[in-house]
Design a protein around this ligand. Structure first.
Ligand code: GFB
Length: 308
């Protein structure tokens, strides 16, 4: 990407979009285009068409999406399907119409088949049934990946899709019901500590395993791939390491200095038993994550506390 290129970061106020925005600024790009959802509703076909005709960005990072944890996905099933399909259909199609040089679409590790072999290779996509709790979101994201492929096949568009693992970091969502596990546990242990609560409830059995990548590392990988990757195939982005939800909870408990007990709420879904990414393709290209989990949790906790 040329330093004077016009780069549109869709979703720049979210955890991923803001990390990509910060990364581009750090790399010295000065023509970065951003719009809040109040300024540009990406679900509106006409608004997005008008925006691309007027702005004609050279590059697009499509980091705008309706996202959430396992309970949010399982509760707002129609919203996750409709809003993500609307956003990606509008942005991808108008990126083609306006001649965008390169677009990056972000999938998610949770859209691989529920019982796919581990670690997950890119070619496992669509080889089995999906995890029911987030099937609508997964169908939408799979459609986005296939749309990028179809526009490459038919129109020669350089639209690439990446598959991040579970993410956490600055500007995360800490909503008690709708957030992902890591920010949710940070909030729970924090509140239990200041309120002297005897126990913290962890959803599910605690036995599922998850991989966690710090969002600034993801942004670094997205920047690296936008510069060095133009293959039609998917590419996983992760750390290659995972741990049980119980061990994650014990790690966060220790880092935050909470002395109470853990209790497990079996009425909440476990979701996919494991979704460890095979990141050998990305490592072979020369990229590796930098922030390890303990450090990342401390950084995320500082960010959480700074916003109280
Ligand atoms: O992060 P999470 O909500 O989403 O849940 P997924 C991961 C695991 O943590 C599940 C357990 O087994 C949860 O039951 N968990 C324990 C908790 N305590 C909590 C808690 O307080 N809050 C939450 N949220 N979970 C998502 C997909 O799956 O992965 C999304 O639903 C998205 O679509 C995301 O793709 C990356 O990792 O199970």
């Amino acid at each position: 990407m040329e330093k004077n290129a016009k780069i549109y970061v869709a979703g720049h106020r979210g955890m991923v979009g803001s990390a990509i925005y910060r990364k581009l600024q750090k790399e010295g790009f000065e023509n970065i285009l951003v719009k809040t959802s109040a300024e540009l509703d990406l679900r509106s076909q006409q608004s997005v068409a008008d925006f691309f005709v007027a702005e004609k960005p050279d590059y697009v990072f499509l980091a705008a999406a309706k996202v959430g944890g396992i309970v949010a996905n399982n509760t707002y099933r129609a919203d996750f399907l409709y809003e993500n399909l609307a956003i990606q259909n509008n942005v991808i199609h108008n990126a083609y119409l306006s001649g965008v040089k390169k677009l990056m679409f972000l999938g998610s590790s949770c859209i691989y088949p529920k019982m796919a072999p581990q670690p997950l290779k890119e070619e496992y996509l669509l080889t089995g049934i999906l995890e029911p709790t987030n099937e609508p979101y997964a169908i939408a994201k799979i459609a986005g990946i296939k749309m990028c492929d179809a526009y490459r096949d038919q129109y020669g568009c350089d639209f690439i899709s990446v598959m991040p693992t579970n993410l956490y970091g600055y500007n995360d969502n800490y909503h008690p019901q709708n957030s992902h596990v890591l920010p949710a546990l940070i909030r729970k242990f924090h509140e239990a500590k200041i309120n002297n609560e005897k126990q913290v409830t962890v959803w599910g059995s605690g036995s599922p395993m998850r991989e966690f990548l710090f969002a600034d590392d993801l942004a670094d990988a997205c920047y690296f791939l936008m510069q060095n990757y133009s293959e039609p195939a998917l590419i996983n982005i992760g750390t290659g390491h995972d741990l049980t939800i119980k061990d994650l909870a014990l790690l966060i408990k220790d880092i935050l200095g909470y002395k109470g007990e853990l209790v497990f709420d079996a009425s909440k879904p476990d979701g996919t038993p494991r979704k460890l990414m095979d990141v050998s393709k990305l490592h072979n290209l020369g990229w590796k994550h930098k922030v390890e989990l303990p450090e990342g949790i401390s950084l995320a906790y500082q960010d959480f506390e700074s916003k109280l």
